[in-house]
Design a binder for this molecule. Structure first.
Ligand code: ZN
Length: 310
């Protein structure tokens, strides 16, 4: 195995109607909605076959208990693996879960030989949710059987290199124990973000508020959530957020020739970081500061969330 052989295949398991203000962007246009895909990711390292999250259930279950859902021809994860990628579910070695929200865990029992690996704080919350999150974790209190009923997880309590080049690191805020997964590839570090950000746009400024990042609104802890967005900005040469249509659909497989590599932790004059410097070993990856005379045109070119509504 090795970095040279590592490939990531995004799998779209369906679409949810998400609010641009209460979910996707803090102070975004609440009441306006956008259809968002629900991706999970298959990673082939050359010697190991790993899934990162497992996505949505069928449309009936999703819409009955959660949000308005459309499959639009998308398959469930195990069906997609077999029918589109030719990978038998029994050959999956492990599933890494960024967090255990309902739209990231479905059909996990279809992978009979997989180890289930998840952040410790997510496992604790999933099996005993704060009442506000009964539905998010499909609590038995509501008469729903969660996808992980009867499953045994292996817990990750700190940053952990699960396989060489495949690292889970803390990105709490969206949920209590959320962890993103960094995958070392020939084109740099691709971070599978779970829901720590919903879209690439979350990593760019909110000009009206002078925020360096237009972070998502869906946090249990906004302080940790902002820090996690900064952490992803520091580590990622490319991001694959689970609900980002554009980032996931640029190619069927990542990395690919011509993949647009992002700038890590770029200083944009007038827009400030809040937390400390780069993690050890990554200081050389900082992008040069944006020249002040380029800022105005850059800000003018950013997408406005109110233009994203369906
Ligand atoms: Zn979530």
């Amino acid at each position: 195995m090795g970095v040279a052989e590592t490939k990531i295949y995004p799998i779209n398991t369906g679409w949810l109607h998400g609010d641009l203000g209460t979910y996707i962007f803090w102070k975004g246009p609440a009441g306006k909605k956008k259809w968002q895909p629900v991706y999970c990711h298959y990673v082939d390292t050359g010697t190991h076959r790993v899934l990162i999250d497992t996505g949505l259930p069928d449309q009936q279950r999703a819409s009955q208990y959660h949000h308005n859902c459309e499959k639009r021809g998308c398959l469930q994860v195990h069906e997609h693996l077999q029918q589109v990628l030719g990978i038998h579910p029994d050959s999956i070695d492990a599933i890494l879960f960024t967090h255990l929200h309902w739209d990231h865990v479905q059909n996990m029992k279809a992978f009979r030989n997989a180890r289930y690996i998840a952040p410790k704080a997510e496992i604790e919350m999933a099996f005993n949710p704060l009442p506000l999150y009964y539905r998010t974790y499909e609590s038995g209190c509501l008469g729903i059987e969660p996808a992980y009923a009867g499953c045994t997880f292996e817990m990750v309590d700190d940053e952990c290199e699960i396989l060489p080049g495949l690292t889970m690191f803390h990105t709490p805020g969206h949920s209590v124990g959320h962890m993103a997964v960094s995958v070392a590839t020939t084109a740099g570090d691709i971070v599978i973000c779970g829901d720590a950000i919903f879209e690439e746009r979350n990593l760019e400024p909110n000009p009206a508020e002078r925020w360096r990042f237009w972070v998502p609104a869906r946090f249990v802890n906004s302080y940790e959530g902002w820090r996690s967005v900064e952490e992803i900005d520091k580590r990622a040469d490319y991001v694959l957020p689970c609900h980002d249509d554009i980032a996931n659909s640029r190619s069927d497989v990542f990395p690919y020739e011509g993949m647009p590599v992002r700038k890590r932790r770029q200083v944009i004059p007038g827009y400030h970081f809040y937390f400390g410097d780069m993690p050890g070993g990554a200081t050389g990856a900082v992008a040069p500061s944006m020249p002040p005379d380029e800022v105005e045109a850059y800000i003018a070119g950013l997408a406005d969330p109110s233009s994203m509504a369906d």
